[in-house]
Design a protein around this ligand. Structure first.
Ligand code: GAP
Length: 440
């Protein structure tokens, strides 16, 4: 019997990702490695643009935030101080019959296996940190961890950045980097994986201003996703109840997105109080307090954290942008990605492969290439070339035709409206810049 074609949005996005070179299964020729993925030519462009968009909003456009890139491997005492060795655990249950493993808090009927209905074991706590050994000797003294969050690299550099940048509290430190969690149940494509990238910002504030800054960052971060082009109505806040709060948080809100598989966390905004700096002060023996020379007060700063997943943001952008648009005689697959993050900014087509059109199109490509990621295509009917670009979210297509040879103009076609206009070739660069530049 032929396999029934699945038509869920997730299946379609996953298939498009593979077909068009956004995301591949890791180690595919060896049968794949569960929950690990590789970004292909278009995927890496999209990912870089998302990181760039975040960096511009969180660092470049602000005078009160500095950037950092801390190492993934850090002193193991950091994870004792942070509470991750003792408390970064998920409750694990095994099925006695089919032997599958589940997170106890993800099982609908307690004690019953969701896969086969068999009996589940009692819960045991499972630490999510990946462990490895530093140096050639595999003994306890040499254990190091792959960081489960990038945040700790920021906390332990609080003084370094403060002193070297001459910032004053309130100020923030931002970082983008890999994090690793030995998740019990990874899944939903790149939504939950064991290796992923985080984009985190830690904002250090005077304790009695923490609530105010927490509100400020909640609003900022929600507005950010709308600027990123995500459908506003699909975004919502979810406040953590007492049983959901991480061990470090006094208050936490998730920004949730309506994924096809449910409303799920896209970013966490946390009031971490002075938990982290106090603990590092205690474990390292270094004074991490701050002296405010205006109020003449000394305090250990509170931290307001905004923590977004890069891969999860990318999935959100793809799922949110995907549309199968019903046209008069046809269905058009289009990714309505914000032009600022689209992997390819513009495609240039000669209408036909003769009469000097390819040469003029290549000349335009050469002029644009130092500034934008552009793509040249002369294969097939013009309509099909447009469709190929729509499917990967290219916001603009430029066509060189016979009129171009006469008066140095091109047609420019906008992806979403499919409207075309004719503009002078020497204004193309400015036209694109006006529409794709990331702005505050
Ligand atoms: N420093 C705080 C922190 O790590 P979190 O809520 O555990 O907080 C923050 O994680 C963000 O990191 C999440 O909102 C999500 O976007 C991303 N994230 C967490 N675990 C992930 C995983 N296993 N796979 C992909 N992204 C993940």
């Amino acid at each position: 019997m032929a396999k029934q074609k699945s038509d869920t949005i997730m299946d379609k996005v996953v298939s498009l990702c593979k077909r068009k070179g956004f995301i591949f299964q890791s180690s595919e020729i060896y049968g794949g490695l569960n929950s690990c993925y590789d970004y292909g030519p278009l995927g890496i462009e999209l990912k870089r643009n998302i990181k760039d968009f975040w960096w511009k909003h969180m660092v470049q456009f602000r005078a009160d935030i500095e950037g950092l890139d801390a190492s993934i491997l850090m002193h193991p005492r950091i994870w004792e101080a942070s509470g991750h060795v003792a408390g970064f655990t998920d409750p694990l249950v095994d099925c006695k019959k089919c032997k599958q493993r589940f997170r106890a808090d993800h099982v609908e009927e307690p004690g019953v296996c969701p896969a086969c209905g068999g009996e589940l074991t009692d819960e045991r706590q499972f630490n999510l940190m990946f462990k490895t050994f530093m140096g050639p000797v595999e003994e306890q003294a040499n254990v190091v961890y792959l960081r489960p969050e990038t945040a700790q690299g920021i906390y332990v550099n609080f003084l370094n950045v403060l002193q070297s940048s001459r910032q004053k509290v309130p100020y923030g430190i931002a970082q983008i980097g890999k994090a690793f969690r030995n998740e019990i149940t990874p899944g939903n494509f790149i939504f939950r994986t064991r290796e992923f990238e985080q984009m985190e910002m830690q904002f250090f504030v005077k304790p009695d201003t923490a609530t105010e800054w927490f509100e400020y960052w909640k609003q900022q971060r929600m507005e950010y996703y709308v600027k990123l082009g995500i459908t506003k109505e699909k975004l919502a806040f979810h406040q953590h109840g007492p049983d959901e709060l991480a061990h470090y948080a006094a208050d936490a809100f998730d920004i949730e997105y309506q994924f096809p598989f449910g409303n799920m966390e896209l970013e966490g905004i946390h009031n971490r109080t002075n938990f982290d700096l106090s603990r590092h002060q205690e474990y390292s023996g270094k004074d991490l307090s701050y002296f405010d020379d205006q109020t003449r007060e000394r305090f250990v700063p509170y931290i307001i954290e905004t923590s977004a997943g890069c891969d999860r943001t990318l999935l959100t952008c793809l799922v949110d942008a995907y549309e199968e648009e019903q046209l008069e005689n046809d269905v058009r697959t289009v990714l309505h990605l914000a032009p600022e993050i689209a992997p390819v900014k513009a495609a240039v087509f000669p209408l036909v492969k003769r009469d000097g059109m390819p040469e003029l199109a290549m000349k335009l490509i050469d002029e644009l290439r130092p500034h934008f990621n552009v793509f040249y295509d002369h294969g097939g009917a013009i309509g099909r070339r447009y469709r190929r670009m729509d499917e990967v979210g290219t916001p603009f297509c430029l066509t060189v035709d016979s009129e171009s040879l006469e008066n140095q103009t091109v047609t420019i076609r906008e992806r979403d409206s499919m409207q075309q206009e004719r503009i002078a070739i020497d204004t193309v660069r400015k036209y694109l810049e006006d529409r794709i530049t990331v702005r505050p």
